[in-house]
Structure formats: structure tokens, C-alpha cells
Design a protein around this ligand. Structure first.
Ligand SMILES: CC(C)(COP(=O)(O)OP(=O)(O)OC[C@H]1O[C@@H](n2cnc3c(N)ncnc32)[C@H](O)[C@@H]1OP(=O)(O)O)[C@@H](O)C(=O)NCCC(=O)NCCS
Length: 163
């Protein structure tokens, strides 16, 4: 599949927010994304199909995005989402692979993330990339699924090299 990648900009946010609202129980707002875009060590990337006639980025269909931060030597993955109709085609794998490589190039030696304990698709996805569950934060997320309105987070980590 022809797929291109670029840093996220403010003009991408309408499309990003549409995917965000369809993907997460508690989606980020536009101001959350704007705040993230303004943070120096924050990396926000989109994957898109370019159907512009002149190969420009003017007519792009955003199909996925990934946000992470570099905190000294740690990569913190904040979110990854793929538009529903593009899932299970390797898009997230390509986006995560590129992001992990960027983090390594920028001297990260490990990556961390939190994921809802019920999100088996994401947990399987991260596990396939070598992430391991290293902890559990009880009742970390709010949710409508459970009676008490809370859900645990799993803390996952991947080491890039031996320390
Ligand atoms: C999790 C998510 C990002 C995966 O995106 P994707 O582009 O469909 O993933 P890929 O096609 O690259 O899949 C790679 C691997 O992940 C795993 N995986 C992906 N979707 C899965 C599912 N629904 N169930 C089980 N495993 C799944 C599989 O191991 C898959 O490898 P395979 O194709 O060899 O079986 C996507 O489902 C999504 O956007 N979910 C909503 C947002 C979300 O939960 N984000 C993560 C929390 S921050």
C-alpha cells in the first residue's frame, strides 16, 4: 500500500480528531493535540495516502498517527491509532517501526507505554514488537465498561539495548 509519513501539523488536526474520536473511549481534544505539538521533545507523526496529482502533500488522506515523547533516554509512547477501515493491514506496524528507529537515533535506550488492560488488539500489537508487561496500575483509566467505572492500565516496556 502506498503510504507516506510526515510530522503532524495543526492543519492535520481535523482528520486526526476524527480518527481519535472513533478510536478511544476518552479521546484527546483539539487543545490536547495543540499542546502536544507545542512541546519540544514531543514527536507526532502521521501516515497518509497522497492522492494529489503533483505528488504534493496538499491532498492527503490521513490514516494513522503516533505521538511519543523523548524524556532523556526514554521513549514514552502516548498514543497510536489507525482509522478503522485501514486496520489489520500493517499500517501501525510501519508507523511504530519508524518511530522506534527515530527514538533509537535520538539516543533512547528504552520505550514505555500504558495500555488499557482490555485492549487486547493493542497489547498483542505491542507484544509483537518486543514490549513486555512490567507493571499494572489499578483503576488507572475511566471507562463506561465496568461497574465501578474504572479500568486497570498495563505498563509495557521495550529495551533497545542492554544497559
Ligand atoms: C492497535 C492498532 C493501532 C493496531 O493497528 P493496525 O494497523 O491494525 O496493526 P497492524 O496491522 O500493524 O497489526 C500488527 C499486529 O498487531 C496485532 N493486532 C492488530 N490488530 C489486532 C486485533 N484486532 N486483535 C489481535 N491482534 C491484533 C497482530 O499481532 C498484528 O500482526 P498480524 O497482522 O501478523 O496478525 C489499531 O487497532 C487501533 O488503532 N486501535 C485503536 C486505538 C488503540 O487502541 N491504540 C493503542 C492504544 S494507545
Amino acid at each position: 500500500m502506498p503510504l507516506r509519513f510526515a510530522p503532524m501539523t495543526e492543519t492535520d488536526l481535523d482528520a486526526v480528531l476524527a480518527i481519535e474520536k472513533d478510536s478511544f473511549i476518552k479521546p484527546w481534544s483539539r487543545s490536547s493535540f495543540l499542546e502536544d505539538l507545542s512541546i519540544k521533545n514531543s514527536w507526532n507523526h502521521i501516515a497518509f495516502n497522497n492522492y494529489g496529482v503533483d505528488n504534493s502533500c496538499e491532498k492527503k488522506q490521513i490514516i494513522a498517527y503516533l505521538c511519543f515523547r523523548l524524556v532523556i533516554n526514554e521513549m514514552h509512547i502516548l498514543k497510536i491509532a489507525v482509522a478503522r477501515q485501514w486496520r489489520n493491514q500493517g499500517v501501525a506496524s510501519r508507523l511504530l517501526d519508524r518511530s522506534l528507529k527515530s527514538a533509537v537515533k535520538n539516543k533512547a535506550d528504552s520505550a514505555f507505554l500504558e495500555v488499557r488492560a482490555s485492549n487486547t488488539a493493542a497489547i498483542t500489537f505491542y507484544t509483537q514488537f518486543g514490549f513486555q508487561v512490567i507493571g499494572r496500575r489499578p483503576n488507572y483509566y475511566s471507562t463506561d465498561y465496568y461497574l465501578n467505572g474504572r479500568e486497570d492500565a498495563l505498563l509495557m516496556m521495550k529495551k533497545f539495548k542492554e544497559l
